[in-house]
Design a protein around this ligand. Structure first.
Ligand code: ADP
Ligand code: ASP
Ligand code: MG
Length: 431
């Protein structure tokens, strides 16, 4: 049977760091890849760096320099996934199949030139198609690409191999993009923190976007965005066990709309507080334009009503901790926007996400009540129609996640959909 090198007969299988950590795991991944090939699929596998390799490479860079040059950081970090691919190709050869490993650049992953958080702007997959036509299994180094502007190697931000996989699935019109990881799918909370968390059979793109954005690192945010924009089917599943994982699907396809789908958390942010900001039009625009210009993502923002005659306000916002030094430089470079800058790295964030929240009042009140009962102080709040986030002390994050998960009855005994706020059930549409 001739299987085309584009279309539903192609499967993209992505294996994360723990799934290729040691020689046994690499051989296990190779067996899964070969099994898919032997079932008649054409396989493109995307691999991450082994185990903690990327963390170790980052640490090595910081042993040399306080502010490693971003271009060289990418040269360094991109090596991790190349090692995994070459080793896995060797394992596949030993199993009697032809395999070829490719760097991101060789695989045609074209990005912009924002080092350490580049965006994919094009996928030129001819070389992959050619290899598939030659009946080879193709292994692609995740998390990296090449900028056509600078011709430099780029990386796609932490967790970026997920996005490599989704982008390849889109370009090859693959039937499915399988994300193999160390958990059985997407859960109602991080199962490392909440052992009774429940695996979701499906999750909508909208919810998954909010979950990824608020710290559920199981799928990189950009991979979910890319999949939604290009109609890619993501199946997030275990690399160890067989059996179905979680499908990310459109909201119209979801059967149930619980009030709250999941509790997420993040310990990766830091807060910047600017004291004495002039309360006049244009100031916030200057601050946040400058931050955006330096590719610093800002998350929760609050500004206090100015008190006193001098019309000075306080402005706080959170950024990725990895961007804190850049954010500080940017603000210091802005003349006279504030009297004082303070930073706090001991913050954490807990969020609840659920599409059903849109039409049910009382969810925010319940979140605040639960955190209050746990004596957890809420320092900042931000909401979207389907998410409520609270910035709290970093060391209270585990308690917050567990108590919210319990209070919203997200565990295995969950009877859903039922209104856990106790509020009267209101119809979504009038009438
Ligand atoms: P990989 O190396 O396979 O890419 P990651 O560490 O990036 O794996 O993502 C998997 C991890 O995501 C899990 O081990 C789990 O601790 C964490 N995680 C956080 N939130 C969730 C969630 N809601 N569901 C599943 N896993 C989650
Ligand atoms: N190895 C990279 C990281 O640890 C990319 C990935 O695993 O997706 O972030
Ligand atoms: Mg990951």
């Amino acid at each position: 049977m001739i299987v085309p090198s584009q279309g539903p007969e192609i499967v993209v299988m992505k294996f994360g760091g723990t799934s290729v950590a040691g020689p046994d795991q690499i051989k296990h991944a190779a067996r899964r890849i070969v099994a898919a090939r032997e079932k008649g699929k054409r396989v493109v596998a995307v691999l991450s760096a082994r185990g903690k390799t990327t963390d170790e490479l980052v640490a090595q860079a910081h042993e040399i320099s306080d502010r490693p040059v971003a271009r060289e950081m990418d040269m360094l970090l991109s090596t991790g996934e190349r090692i995994s691919c070459a080793l896995c190709a060797m394992a596949i050869h030993d199993m009697g199949h032809e395999a070829i490993s490719l760097t991101g650049s060789q695989a045609g992953i074209v990005t912009d030139s924002v080092h350490t958080k580049a965006r994919i702007i094009d996928v030129r997959a001819d070389r992959i198609r050619q290899a598939l036509d030659q009946d080879r299994i193709v292994l692609v180094a995740g998390f990296q690409g090449v900028s056509t502007d600078s011709r430099d190697v780029t990386t796609l931000g932490r967790g970026g191999s997920d996005t490599t996989a989704v982008a390849l699935a889109a370009a090859l019109q693959a039937g499915v993009c399988e994300i193999y990881t160390d958990v059985a799918g997407v859960f109602t909370a991080d199962p490392r923190l909440v052992p009774e968390a429940r695996k979701l059979e499906t999750v909508s793109f909208e919810e998954m976007l909010e979950m990824s954005a608020s710290g559920a690192g199981v799928l990189q945010l950009r991979s979910v965005e890319y999949a939604r924009n290009h109609g890619v089917q993501i199946h997030c599943r275990s690399s160890i066990e067989d059996g179905p994982g979680t499908l990310v699907i459109s909201e119209e396809e979801t059967m149930e709309q619980p009030f709250v789908t999941a509790v997420t958390h993040s310990n990766a942010e830091a807060r910047v507080t600017l004291r004495g900001v002039r309360d006049e039009p244009g100031v916030a625009g200057r601050i946040f334009t400058a931050l955006a210009g330096a590719n610093v993502n800002v998350d929760v923002i609050i500004q206090n009503e100015p008190v006193g005659d001098d019309q000075l306000a306080d402005l706080s916002f959170t950024v990725d901790r990895a961007d804190l030094a850049t954010a500080r430089d940017v603000i210091e470079g802005l003349d006279g926007v504030s009297l004082e800058m303070r930073t706090d790295e001991a913050i954490g964030k807990v969020s609840i996400v659920g599409a059903g929240m849109r039409s049910h009042p009382g969810v925010a009140a319940k979140v605040f009540e639960v955190l209050g009962e746990e004596r957890i102080n809420i320092e900042m709040i931000s909401t979207s129609p389907i998410k409520i986030s609270c910035v709290i002390a970093a060391d209270r994050v585990p308690d917050a996640v567990k108590s919210l998960h319990r209070a919203f009855e997200l565990g295995p005994d969950a009877v859903r959909p039922e209104d856990p706020t106790g509020a009267e059930h209101r119809p979504t549409v009038a009438g």
